[in-house]
Structure formats: structure tokens, C-alpha cells
Ligand binder design. Sequence first.
Ligand code: ZN
Length: 614
Amino acid sequence: MTTRHPHAPLTALAFALALAVVVVSCGGGSDDESSGAPPTPADAEAFLAEVNDTMLRLGTASAQAAWVYSTYITVDTEALNARANQAYIDAMARYAKEAARYDAVEVTPEQRRQLDILKLSLELVTPSDPELAEEVTTLASRMEATYGRGEWCPEPNQPDACLDIEEITEIMATSRDEARLSEAWEGWHTISPQMREDYARFVELANIGAGELGFADTGAMWLLKYDMPAEAFTAEVDRLWDQVRPLYLSLHAYVRMKLREHYGDVVPADGPIPAHLLGNIWAQDWSNVMPLVAGGGAGPGYDLTDILERRNTSATEMVRIGERFYSSLGLAPMPDTFWERSLFTQPEDRAVVCHASAWSLDFKEDLRIKMCIDPTAEDFSTIHHELGHNYYQRAYNHLPPLFQDSANQAFHEAIGDTIALSVTPEYLVEIGLLDRAPEASDDIGLLLARALEKVAFLPFGLVIDQWRWDVFSGAIPRTEYNAGWWDRRLRYQGVAPITPRGEEFFDPGAKYHVPANYSYTRYFLAHILQFQFHRELSEIAGCDTPLHRCSIYGSTEAGSRLDAMLRMGLSRPWPDALEALTGSREMDATAIVDYFAPLKAWLDQQIEGQPVGW
Ligand SMILES: [Zn+2]
């Protein structure tokens, strides 16, 4: 059972799933080893068979309940979904803890890997003491609920005037009034100071649980999911960041210069960019400031939304086009049930969760997409992305359920985005949606728009877990939570608040993934990997255009290399999967540098003589 979400902002379904993952109650201890004899290899085999069977049974039941809930929201479907999901999560949490019993048993490498995956499958391990277990699950639900209910009430005596995250997001995206932006930014950050004490206690208790499973702390446990020692992996992350940092610095300097032209002295000439002026409450995606920073008339040179609207392209037709992309790579089409059971348009007669997701309901062929498709360029690209999840899920469906996932947490998102990078003007020409590709002179607009989304995200993708690893390890004490947060946001992103943010605040709590305890490094890595995959597949496809103009559409060679990696699922350490596609066992951020090379040259011209860095 997997549902996948294309973007970091999460909706009700993701909330429900993430909450369930967090709210693991397994203090019951019903499965204490009752016999004194040490477990045998046969016991280990039987245990894994039971785990895989249970995943299939409860995972399928949970996915079915979740599907019905998300496509037909009522109080009853919500209750059924919560129940089925809880049953699945409880069972898996119990198994994750039991897996440690087989640490000393001699088993095959495949069995050892399954046991390791199981042990590392939890984001939160509850302590074995039932009271502490209940306390930590209560804290987790309370923090998540606090976030979910979060509102900014500018007029305390007018509750109707309160603004929720969607309304604040809209202000951050569209307002150009500095005072209004500052007010909205501070307003949203009023939701989190009340989480501060909860979070500090949560960290203590989560670390007790992780410690009982033999991990140094919760952050160390998250790091071990990446098939290498924790220090080696953090060094890898630093290395990748160093590769892309010069590109980020150029983008940062250029955007700062343009924002200063618009907003004046509130934006320093050579210091950090004010955190509230980048079009997004967390400054994690700068796409919304494109109109302020683009040179005269810069844009991609065509308007796909306009084309789709004019052609009256239906939602199903858009998905068919996406499917044809994968068929052109030599991958088998989606099964009939995909077309019968997916949800492509928002029904008029009932409430649904519209946030796009891709599903495998039965660990086999029952693949579906749930998405309220509009004829827009964004949705067109998202369809290609979501289908990437479905093709991945089907490619590894021959493996035991414990191996049915991507090579590491970043790979699933990276695959969908890799394919979306192939939605180029040339591809649109080839499938007849566009008459001719825009001139190379329009490239800067296309690349700048993409960099504001993808390059601007990179340091943010690092910050959250850089802060959390240090919080869980104790390197950031609870008396310095907010200082530690802003220290890292300054160091990596080069953004800063314009008013003092002392320890009376808890600004990390204003980002969903912190109260929801959902690890975040996967998003940084997915952004790196998608360009590495794209560069490699482009080469295999024999592209002779710049990377940002290359589509692998029609290349069965690229398709079979892609498939070789997808088929491995989680059965091998991720460097093996990476090697199957790229021939290299190392992640490499130089692909993102190559992709944006024309933009980097242009940015450096624009900022000549201007300060770079902060
Ligand atoms: Zn996705």
C-alpha cells in the first residue's frame, strides 16, 4: 500500500496517513517472547513470511479504505479509513520491534535486508513503557492537531477574520505589499510557540524508543535508512550541497538584487533576504516572485495551459497522453482497471481529497491515480509525475511486500520528476500539442522559472533535518531551538527574519513536517537525483540538445535502463539501484549544475559587480 504525494504541502489524506504513522501505539506488549529458547533460522523465515502476508492483507484493506475515504468523504468513510489504517500501522509497529529478536540469527542476505528494513521502518519508536508510549503518541497527535487547526487571527475579537494556511499562502504568493507580507508571515508563526514544550518532551521520549531498538537517537535512526553509517551519509549530503552551492549563490544574489529594486532598503544589498519576501511562507519555492525578478517579457515562450484549454483536452485524454509517454519508452500500458477505477475529475455530487496521488492498492496490478485534473500545464506535468509512481509500483510488484518500495525514500519522488523534466517544448511539438518549439532565446525564462522552483528549494530541503538531527542528538539544546533554526536557515538559505525571533517563539513548528515528525532529507535528495537521472537517460536517448531541451520520449533504450532500476525496488541498497540506471554508485549534483549552466552564465552577467553571498 503506497500513496504518494507530489509536493511537500500536504492535504487531509497525507495528514491522516502521516498522523497514523506517527501515532503508533504499541505499548501493549502482547507479543513478548513467551518461549525462552533463542529463535532459529526457521523462526526468522516464518516471521518474515507472516510479516509479508500481513502487509499484503492489512495493507490492501487499509488502501481500499483510504481510497473510498478519499474519493467519498463522509464521517463513516473517515472512521473506516482510520480503523483500517490503525490496524495496519499497529501490526507493522509490532513487527518492527520484534525484528530485533533475530539480530543474532543466521539468515540469508535477503532475509537480513528484510529484517533491517522492518527495524528501520518507523519514523517514531514509542518507548516500551506503556505510560511513556501513550504520552508520546498523545504529544504527536496534539502537535499535529495544533498545526492542522493553525490560524492567524489579526483581530482577536473577530474570529471570522482568522486566516488559515491556504489564505496565508495566497497572501504570500500574490501580495507585493511588504508590510502586509510581514504581518502575514508573523501571523502564521503565531501557531507554533504553544508546541514548544510538547516538542521538547516529544524529542526525549522518541529518543528513549529509538534507544531501546539500539539506535543512538531518532535522527541517527532516520539516517540509517540510507544504507550507510550516519556520519558517512551526512558527509554525502554536505558534498552534494557543496556541488550546487555556487549555482544557488548566483540565484540568491540575482533575486536579492531584483527584490531590492522593488522593495528598497528592507532588502539588504549584501545580507540575507528577508524571509517573508520570497513568495512562500517558508521561502522554499520562489516561483511566485517570477514576475518581480524576470527580465522584460521573460517566460517559456509558449503557454501550454492556453493550448490545452483551446483544444478542449479532457482529463482522460491528458492521462492517455501521459501513458503514451511511458509506452514510448517500451513500458507496458496501464491495465484496464486503472482506467475503470482511477479518479481523474472532481465529482460534483460529493467531497473528495483532490490532492494528486498515485496508488497501488493490492501490491500487484490494481494501480490508480486520484487527481482533480484541470487542463493546465501544471496538471499536465503532474500527470506524468504521478504515472511515474504507478510504473515504479508495478515494476517492483514481483517482490515480497517488504521490498515493494523505492530504493531509498528519495527515489519514488525523483522518478516522477525525472519524467516531468522530459515534458519539454520539443516533446510537445512531437505529440502535436505545440506547432513549433520556442527559440533558444526564450531559454532563460524557462530556466529561471524552473530554478526558482527547484534550485531555490535545495537549501530548504537540507535545513529541516540539519536542525532535527542536531535536536535529536542534543547538539541543539531545548533552550536554543529557535536560535538553532535561524542559524541553519541563515547558513544554508541565506534568509533571515526582519524582527528578532527569540526563544519565546518556536518557528520550526510552523512547518508541517516538524510537528508531524516526517523526515525531510528525501526531498533534497529527490531534487538532486532527478537531474542525475535525467542527464543519464538523455545521454542514453542520444540527445544532442541542451539538457533542458531534451526529452527521452520515444527512447526504448532509456526505458529499459529505467525499468532495470525500477524493478529492483527496495531489494538492494540504493547504490546498486543507482548504478543500474546511471552506471555510478554515487549521487552526483553536477547534473543540476549542467542543466542550469546557461542560466548560471546569464545570472553571473546580471550580478556582475554586485555582492554575492551574505
Ligand atoms: Zn510524487
